[in-house]
Design a protein around this ligand. Sequence first.
Ligand code: AMP
Length: 499
Amino acid sequence: MNAGGDHADDEPREKCGVVGVSLAGRDAARPLYYALYALQHRGQESAGIVTHDGFQQHSHVERGLVGDAFEAGDLESLAGSTGIGHVRYPTAGSLDKSCAQPFSVSFKSGSLGLSHNGNLVNADEVREELAAAGHAFTSDGDTEVIAHDLARNLLEEDLVRAVKHTMNRIHGSYSLAITHDDTVLGVRDPMGNRPLCLGKLEDGYVLASESAAIDTLDGELIRDVRPGELVVLEPDGSGYDTYQLVERDSTAHCFFEHVYFARPDSVIDGDLVYEVRRELGRKLWEESGVESDVVMPVPDSGRAFASGYADAGAETTADGDPRPEDDDGIEFAEGLMKNRYVGRTFIMPTQDERERAVRLKLNPIRSTVEGKSVTIIDDSIVRGTTSTQLVELVREAGAEEVHLRIGAPPIVAPCYFGIDMATREELIAADKSTEEIRERIEADSLSYLSIDAVAEALDASRADLCLGCVTGEYPFDVEGEATDRPVDTPSTDAPAADD
Ligand code: AMP
């Protein structure tokens, strides 16, 4: 979906998962289905698979979780040893099946299937140009815009040039798994905003948003797809070719993938997400540790952070001095129990429902908190609903003091590139200081992690990260928003074949 200023806040912003496989002689549908299961956390609204059997394309796209979207017969009808898959979760707007993916289309020079994670910033402009050239659109999503642009280029040039020209035309965030007939492609935008990685299977190759999907298929992670790179899998599963089609001076990796969105067991841009989260927790202790009786995570999102925080707290005191040997530091406890059958609080549409969902989802263990000073660790505060409810719950269970430590900086602005972050009006930190937020959530103390600590934990310079949601300045040109670097000017004419 196209991005824009605050006026665009009611439009869907897709946080999605993509996968593609090319196998030697074995049907791709089942591995794709398993991989989508591994990526389920990246989208719960719809799931789909497109395969190609060498003659024709097959597609099955349905609303719901992966387990509900496919029946055994559906997988059998998805013939062919190459294909792609997608899980999608639009955060607002209609639950329109025409936006569910993979998007598939047949045209003069073959068939295309497209799975997209991210958001373009110039989709409207490209759509208008294509519509003027006679392309008819069936959805208002930006994925279809990419498909049509690619289809148009493919009428005139070979696959690699066609992809390159589409990459020069579209701007914004995109990790793509594409089928062109029985060839599977992976493309990552030139800034590498969303993750995409390449893996080897026993009898083929796989492209996936996260390496956890490769693990699920008993495969081996080869590496991340590089920003601006095209990877083409051989249709017979025997190998792959890569082309560095676009180069940029900086990257814009989304730091929030590491903080919240990705699975902790995934390796993204070379780092195991779990270890990054533990390191963020360590830094949280170093920056703002508080001596309390117990430290406990908000399950599951705060767990790795709390473990790093408690480890660092066992080594040094909150003042940064080595901890004396007779001082055990802070007890780490699982003081909050999670009802695993309640979905993410975020998907509740009204504030009232969101508050109830937190109570349904989390319950304190009285003996861990009663009469104690307690530090609760979570990865992020978005609207403030979870923290407000938790502080209250933990106090009601008898805690004497409740401190809150957050493993990310304050989220002050929306995400336009694939993560549902709520609107500016809803974001508690958009117009409040940390002290005002502390008062609002009634914690005894509250600290967030600094942006510099995030960059250090990711071993990246700030200039190579997308920090839009914590600075309000974006790496792509979003209408009505500030940018943090010189951004590309989208070309309005079809680019000349320069290669
Ligand atoms: P909130 O209650 O709105 O402040 O949201 C904070 C809680 O939601 C934290 O426990 C986070 O782990 C979790 N969270 C953060 N970002 C997201 C997101 N984009 N989608 C769903 N949950 C999120």
